[in-house]
Design a protein around this ligand. Structure first.
Ligand code: ATP
Ligand code: MG
Length: 549
């Protein structure tokens, strides 16, 4: 595979040429407050990919400095997802919460340098004092208290002697800076919520802008790659490092455009709303763009990585059409997936002139282009099932499948003709009486005629099939803010039962992927599938037919 080339790799190559760093160290820093989605995969692929290409390393760091919403469950899921994508983060997982003592000392050091102060303005006041793009900020009345007093107050904050929200620690930088981020940002706030790892130990927690650069520096990160919304924060990132851990090999922040994918949302906050409102069945619902959802759906790491390779990395934001991801999945599975036959919406066919009780074994290739994948046996008998829409009583023009007039070829087997149509009370076709041509099997599929898939009754296992369409009806649901929920596709999932699948699937593991011939790619659901009732997820249809029904 071609090596990726982009502006970040150019920066790194120049840094290495100029010997600014000995070894490249990157990091992927998720907050364990939700499951990873395919947007995170872009960052993982970039950070771990760069580490691999330049003989460096990439740290997996839980950015767990805010006790609200962080959980061990998410830590486990994040580790599983990164491994599943096939990336190696070495022996150990890093946790920003392991640096709480160190970060506290850094804050004390800033106070001692006269560069941080405890401020009692309310959050609203802090905001008002900050000013705007056109207006300089106003200094807090607490800005010039003594180092001694600040040290005592900060210690009290730490010991839980103040109420939440009653004061914060702020960096003393420049209230007139044209960059609002530099106008005395908050670096510590009081929170009495217990932390999932440090429990009750801390009553104060560092802000992201403070904890992040210092965690990078403590780990010897050289290139701290993040999304564009942090561009304005870069001077602050540099300021903390300059003040507290200046060194020759200091980390450098580089921003790139986040992944936006059509017909879905890539934000943990919005995804968690879908989970909480039970619009989907949890974070690993196969309709979710989470890595857990995509995995359960049957997407492969190779397909996801190929997608990420194709979209590349740049500095301008855009909305990538989800059909590109689906295309990569189709391409990957076309090569990998063994073929089987399945009938999703069955009608029964009785082959009148086939001897009762006779069952024939027919050998079919597992993959048309890969003989090394071997063959399988399918069973043909007097009763078979075909797909509802492979028969038409009043066919539209150009219809090549079975009609009262047209014969059709059963794939790998015989030609059949329809003699009689049996309908239920509502007029729906439920059964066809057909005849077959015993010599037609020898002709193979060379004859020009319609070919349909089928299943012999002896070979068919009743299964549940879950069909999926796009989760949202509009390309960019996140652009509607919290109204995004109104654009959920009410038909994003359709459950069929009983559909029928070749019996051989009973020996296959959950997660196994197949091509159902003429239909699409499906996998055995890893959570709900049972021997008594196998469950299949649609991964992608053979052709791009989403939203066209
Ligand atoms: P979300 O918006 O989903 O809550 P986040 O940025 O708050 O995402 P983090 O756990 O902080 O979630 O993300 C970890 C890393 O993944 C960050 O470095 C972030 O820049 C990156 N990341 C998050 N979303 C995307 C995306 N859509 N495309 C590329 N990188 C992303
Ligand atoms: Mg974040």
């Amino acid at each position: 595979m071609e090596k990726p080339k982009d502006f970040i790799r150019e920066i790194i190559e120049e840094d290495l040429r100029e010997k600014r760093y000995g070894k490249v160290v990157t990091r992927f820093p998720p907050e364990p407050n939700g499951y990873l989605h395919i947007g995170h995969a872009k960052s993982i692929y970039l950070n771990f990919g760069i580490a691999q290409e330049y003989g460096g390393s990439c740290n997996l760091r839980m950015d767990d400095t805010d006790p609200e919403g962080e959980k061990e469950e998410y830590v486990k899921a994040i580790i599983e997802d990164v491994k599943w994508l096939g990336f190696d983060f070495g022996e150990k997982v890093f946790f920003a919460s392991d640096y709480f003592d160190k970060l506290y000392e850094f804050a004390v050091e800033l106070i001692k340098k006269g560069k941080a102060y405890v401020c009692h303005l309310s959050p609203e006041e802090i905001k008002a004092y900050r000013g705007s793009f056109t207006e300089a900020g106003k200094e807090s009345p607490y800005r010039n208290r003594s180092v001694e007093e600040n040290l005592q107050l900060f210690e009290k904050m730490k010991n839980g002697e103040f109420e939440e929200g009653s004061c914060v620690l702020r960096a003393k930088i420049d209230m007139k800076s044209p960059n609002l981020v530099m106008r005395d940002p908050v670096i510590y706030r009081i929170k009495k919520t217990p932390h999932y790892r440090t429990k009750e130990k801390w009553k104060i927690y560092p802000m992201y802008d403070f904890a992040h650069p210092l965690s990078d520096a403590l780990e010897g990160v050289t290139h701290s790659i993040c999304t564009l919304e942090f561009e304005n924060n870069r001077p602050l990132y540099d300021w903390f490092i300059e003040e507290l851990v200046p060194s020759k090999e200091r980390p450098k922040q580089i921003e790139f455009a986040r992944l936006n994918l059509s017909h879905t949302v890539l934000s943990k906050r919005l995804l968690s709303i879908l989970v909480e409102k039970k619009i989907v069945d949890g974070w690993d619902d196969p309709r979710m763009p989470t890595l857990a959802g995509l995995r359960r759906r049957g997407y492969t790491p190779d397909a996801i990585k190929e997608f990420l390779r194709r979209i590349g990395v740049a500095r301008n934001e855009n909305l990538i059409d989800i059909s590109l991801l689906e295309h990569c999945v189709r391409e990957d599975l076309d090569w990998k997936a063994p073929r089987i036959m399945a009938v999703l919406r069955p009608i029964e066919v009785i082959i009148e002139n086939y001897p009762p009780g006779k069952v024939e074994i027919i050998e079919c290739p597992n993959h048309p282009k890969r003989p090394e994948m071997g063959k399988r046996e399918v069973l043909f008998g007097r009763e078979i099932l075909i797909e509802e829409d492979d028969f038409s009583e009043n066919p539209p023009e150009g219809y090549k499948r079975l009609t009262p007039k047209n014969h059709v070829r059963l794939r790998y087997a015989y030609r059949i003709k329809c003699k009689e149509i049996i309908k239920d009370a509502s007029g729906k076709v439920v059964k066809l009486i057909c005849t077959y041509d015993p010599d037609s099997i020898k002709e193979g599929n060379k004859v020009k005629e319609g070919v349909i898939h089928w299943l012999g009754k002896e070979n068919a296992v009743a299964s549940e099939v879950r069909l999926y369409d796009r989760l949202f009806l509009v390309p960019d649901p996140a652009s509607y803010g919290d109204d995004f929920i109104k654009y959920v596709n009410p038909k994003s999932r359709e459950i069929l039962f009983p559909s029928y699948v070749e019996k051989r699937i009973l020996n296959e593991e959950p997660g196994s992927v197949f091509q159902f011939e003429r239909i699409g790619y499906f996998c055995i659901d890893s959570k709900d599938s049972k021997k008594e009732r196998p469950v299949f997820n649609l991964i992608v249809p053979l052709k791009d037919s989403y939203g066209k029904k």
